[in-house]
Design a protein around this ligand. Structure first.
Ligand SMILES: NC(=O)C1=CN([C@@H]2O[C@H](COP(=O)(O)OP(=O)(O)OC[C@H]3O[C@@H](n4cnc5c(N)ncnc54)[C@H](O)[C@@H]3O)[C@@H](O)[C@H]2O)C=CC1
Ligand SMILES: C=CC1=C(C)/C(=C/c2[nH]c(/C=C3N=C(/C=C4\NC(=O)C(C)=C4C=C)C(C)=C\3CCC(=O)O)c(CCC(=O)O)c2C)NC1=O
Ligand SMILES: [Zn+2]
Length: 293
C-alpha cells in the first residue's frame, strides 16, 4: 500500500523533503511514500508540481497517512499533536518540541494511537560524524569540548539548547547519558549574537563542554577538542562522502519504521536517547535563565 504524505512548512527542509518524496531512492522504503500535497500558512503556487492543500484537508483525507513537519520549531508541537490525533504518522524535523514534558506527551499519544512518531536526526548520518564515531571507538574520554558556530537563526527556533539539539545528540550518542552541572547564555540582541555554554558530565564523571555560538558572519562549523587517555582529537575527521543524501537516508529510516522493519529494541533505544536529550536541553535552559536574571 502507498503511504499518502503531506509536507508541512515550505522552507529549506520542507523543499528538500518534497524533492526526496518525488524522487525516492530506488528499491528502498522511500518508494512507499506518495506525496499528495503540501501545507503552508502562506498562499503559494504549485511547488515542484505539488499542490497546496489546507491543514483541514490534510488532517481529514483518508488517502493521507503521514505528515512531514518542517516548520519553524515553535510550531512543531501543535502540528504533531493535530496530525497524531487525526491518526497520521509523523516525521518531524528536530527538535521535536521545545520542552521535555510536551515531547513525553506526544510519544504517549503516538503510542496510544499506534502511530509512528519519528524525529529526523541527519547529524547522526553525516560522513564526518560516522568517521568520528569510528575514530573514538574503544578510547577512554578524559575531557572534551564541542563548539558550534553558525549564522543567526530566524525567530521562532527556540532556546539554543533546543535549536542546537543536534550537537547534544552527538555528545550523547558518543559518550552516553550526561548530566548538566552548569549553563549560561550571553545574548546581544542588538547584534543578533548569542553564545550558550553548557557544562556536562559523563557517567564516569568526565567533563564535557558544549558551546553554541551564533551571529552574523559566523560560518557554520564545529570545533572539537577531545582528550582521551592516550590520544587527542582536535579536528573533525572528514568522512567518506556517500551517494545517498542525508534527508533521503532519514526518509528511508522513517519508511522502515512504517513497514515494521525496525525492531522494538531499536525504537526504544532511539526514543530514550531523544527524550534524554530533550531533558538535558530543558535543564540547560533553566540553568541559563537563572544565570541571566
Ligand atoms: N535546513 C536544514 O538543513 C535542516 C533543518 N532542520 C529543521 O527543519 C526545520 C525547518 O528549518 P528550515 O527549513 O531550515 O527553516 P526555514 O527558515 O527555511 O523554514 C521554516 C519554515 O517555516 C515557514 N514559516 C516561518 N514563519 C512563517 C510564517 N509566519 N508564516 C508562514 N510560514 C512561515 C517557512 O516558510 C518554512 O516553511 C527546523 O525545525 C530546523 O531545525 C533540521 C535539520 C536540517
Ligand atoms: C546553506 C545554508 C544553510 C542553512 C540556511 C541551513 C539551515 C539549517 N541547517 C540545519 C542543520 C543541518 N544542516 C545540515 C546540512 C545542510 N543543510 C543545508 O541546508 C545544506 C545546503 C546543507 C549541506 C549539505 C546538517 C548536516 C544539519 C544537521 C546538524 C549539523 O550537523 O550541523 C538547521 C537546524 C538547526 C541547526 O542544527 O543549526 C538549520 C536551520 N543549513 C545550511 O547549510
Ligand atoms: Zn573551539
Amino acid at each position: 500500500m502507498m503511504l499518502g504524505s503531506v509536507v508541512v512548512g515550505i522552507g529549506i527542509a520542507g523543499c528538500v523533503r518534497m524533492r526526496d518524496l518525488l524522487a525516492p531512492l530506488p528499491s528502498s522504503t522511500a518508494e512507499k511514500f506518495s506525496i499528495r500535497g503540501f501545507v503552508s500558512r502562506r498562499n503559494l503556487e504549485d511547488q515542484q508540481g505539488v499542490k497546496q492543500i489546507s491543514t483541514t484537508e490534510a488532517l481529514s483525507r483518508d488517502d493521507i497517512h503521514a505528515a512531514f513537519i518542517c516548520t519553524e520549531n515553535t510550531n512543531h508541537e501543535e502540528y504533531i499533536r493535530q496530525f497524531l490525533e487525526a491518526g497520521k504518522h509523523v516525521c518531524v524535523e528536530y527538535p521535536m518540541t521545545l520542552s521535555y514534558t510536551s515531547a513525553v506527551d506526544l510519544w504517549n499519544l503516538a503510542q496510544q494511537k499506534g502511530l509512528v512518531l519519528h524525529e529526523e536526526h541527519i547529524e547522526l548520518l553525516t560522513p564526518d560524524f560516522k568517521q568520528l564515531k569510528k575514530d573514538i571507538a574503544g578510547k577512554t574520554l578524559e575531557e572534551g569540548t564541542l563548539h558550534f558556530t553558525g549564522g543567526s537563526l530566524k525567530r521562532n527556533f527556540g532556546f539554543p539548547s533546543f535549536s542546537g539539539i543536534a550537537r547534544l545528540t552527538w555528545l550523547v550518542d558518543l559518550f552516553g547519558e550526561l548530566t548538566v552541572t552548569a549553563a549560561s547564555l550571553v545574548e546581544e540582541k542588538e547584534n543578533k549574537y548569542m553564545k550558550m555554554t553548557a557544562h556536562l558530565l559523563t557517567r564516569q564523571q568526565k567533563p564535557l563542554t558544549w558551546i553554541e555560538e551564533r551571529g552574523p558572519g559566523l560560518g557554520r562549523a564545529k570545533h572539537i577538542h577531545l582528550r582521551f587517555q592516550d590520544a587527542s582529537i582536535t579536528e573533525l575527521p572528514a568522512g567518506q562522502r556517500e551517494p545517498v543524501g542525508l534527508f533521503m537516508q532519514d526518509l528511508v529510516l522513517f519508511g522502515r519504521k512504517l513497514q515494521g522493519e525496525v525492531s522494538a529494541a531499536e525504537l526504544q533505544e532511539e526514543r530514550s536517547r531523544i527524550l534524554h536529550c530533550l531533558q538535558l536541553a530543558d535543564r540547560i535552559q533553566q540553568l541559563s535563565e537563572n544565570t541571566q536574571a
